[in-house]
Design a protein around this ligand. Structure first.
Ligand SMILES: NC(=O)c1ccc[n+]([C@@H]2O[C@H](COP(=O)([O-])OP(=O)(O)OC[C@H]3O[C@@H](n4cnc5c(N)ncnc54)[C@H](O)[C@@H]3O)[C@@H](O)[C@H]2O)c1
Ligand SMILES: O=C(O)C(=O)C[C@]1(C(=O)O)C=C[C@@H](O)C=C1
Length: 369
């Protein structure tokens, strides 16, 4: 039986545990460590882990692979007691899921000569603004990128062993250098989180003048600021740990905003339209049927005659077959013209089931592309 240790059993640790367990339910034993006894109890009750302990040595004892899934600053602190633990199995792989990589990998390298195990940095590029083991799901990483940062000294056999285990997450595992990872992820994840929180703060300041600001906040503001609801401690650690790239990106952003300010202030119609068109083209070009930095949703389109009751028929049919819809939108509604219903699902298998059920009921259904 393979033993897996999860250190920090929250959203990400719990999701890794669930995906590995689901893949090999009878061949894997999951032992976990957390500062909070309550998280361990909850993880046990939810069937996410087999055993929980607040004793770090006991948690890593005999484990073939140890996943460190705590906020990034504590990953750095936990590396020494884990990599140098007398209980660590010879040849064990120690990995982490932290959102930054340079400082973690550097600390692990300092300890590597004295460790019985081998460290390989990791970062699954999928997550949520929710935290805690209660939000964990076995499919969180499906189709997302999962970055590994083996060093030049890491023997390939260890990387292959870790990749084989991660196959259960159904993520796309890629290798990167820690500094490239931190620069890129700084731009597409860390810096946008700073902007989202700053935007909330910006409107909150206006709110002191009129209560209408936050009351009127609708789809656009909610979409762009969803990630401001994320765990503050986790983001404090990320920003501190990727400090120099984020500061550089903020300086670049201020310059960019000066151009945008100048463009809008000048009232130059052509430049303004070009600005929005170019951003739209780039945003529309993001892969939207796959998960990645931006969680994807699976869309199915249904042609429907525009008369009352049809939408009810569609949703009832899906309900009978226990297919959950994440979102529903009517894209065209003009009298006597076929309307198009866009149904959004969280998982590809739900989309496939819905497509079959609706087609069998003679609804014209199609996917985009
Ligand atoms: N949330 C995301 O979207 C996301 C995505 C990819 C990677 N990550 C990274 O994954 C890691 C975990 O994030 P999460 O969202 O699962 O957080 P979480 O808050 O859901 O879980 C973290 C868990 O670690 C425990 N913990 C904290 N400090 C600890 C310590 N010193 N020792 C033992 N346990 C400790 C907490 O009690 C909690 O159970 C972070 O490093 C984060 O940067 C997060
Ligand atoms: O979907 C979200 O809520 C996330 O914030 C996930 C997200 C991201 O920025 O894309 C956040 C941090 C991680 O390190 C990886 C993924």
């Amino acid at each position: 039986m393979k033993r897996i240790a999860i250190i920090g059993i929250g959203l990400i640790g719990g999701s890794i545990a669930l995906s590995i367990k689901k893949h090999d339910p009878n061949e894997v034993f999951i032992q976990a460590y957390d500062l909070k006894e309550s998280q361990l109890q909850l993880a046990r009750a939810l069937g996410v882990i087999d055993h929980g302990t607040t004793d770090l040595d006991k948690a890593v004892a005999g484990a073939d692979v140890v996943f460190i899934c705590t906020p990034v600053q504590s990953v750095c602190h936990l590396l020494e007691p884990i990599l140098l633990s007398p209980a660590l199995k010879e040849d064990a792989i120690v990995t982490d899921v932290g959102s930054t990589k340079m400082k973690i990998v550097q600390r692990a390298q300092e300890l590597s000569a004295r460790s019985k195990g081998v460290f390989i940095g990791g970062h699954p590029m999928a997550g949520s603004h929710k935290s805690g083991v209660e939000a964990a799901t076995e499919r969180l990483f499906e189709n997302a990128y999962y970055v590994l940062t083996p060093s030049e000294e890491t023997e390939d056999a260890y990387t292959q062993r870790l990749k084989a285990l991660l196959a259960s997450t159904r993520a796309k595992v890629v290798e990167m250098k820690p500094d490239e990872h931190d620069r890129v992820v700084g731009a597409i994840s860390h810096f946008p989180h700073v902007i989202a929180s700053a935007l909330v703060e910006h409107v909150y300041q206006y709110q002191q003048e009129s209560e209408w600001y936050l009351r009127l906040a609708a789809g656009g503001f909610r979409d762009i600021t969803r990630i401001a609801s994320s765990n503050p401690k986790m983001w404090r650690d990320i920003v501190l740990s990727n400090h120099s790239f984020i500061v550089q990106q903020m300086k670049d952003w201020l310059k960019q905003m000066e151009h945008v300010l100048d463009m809008i202030d000048s009232g130059d119609e052509e430049r303004i339209e070009h600005f929005f068109r170019h951003a739209k083209e780039v945003r529309d070009g993001l892969p939207d049927t796959k998960r990645g930095a931006i969680p994807s949703f699976y869309d199915l389109y249904v042609d429907i005659p525009d008369h009352p009751g049809v939408i009810g028929q569609v949703t009832t049919l899906l309900g009978i077959h226990q297919i959950s819809i994440t979102n529903i939108a009517i894209l065209e509604t003009r009298e006597d013209i076929m309307g198009v219903l866009r149904l959004t699902f969280r998982h590809e298998c739900d989309l496939e089931k819905a497509e079959k059920v609706l087609r069998d009921a003679n609804f014209p259904v199609y996917r985009r592309d």
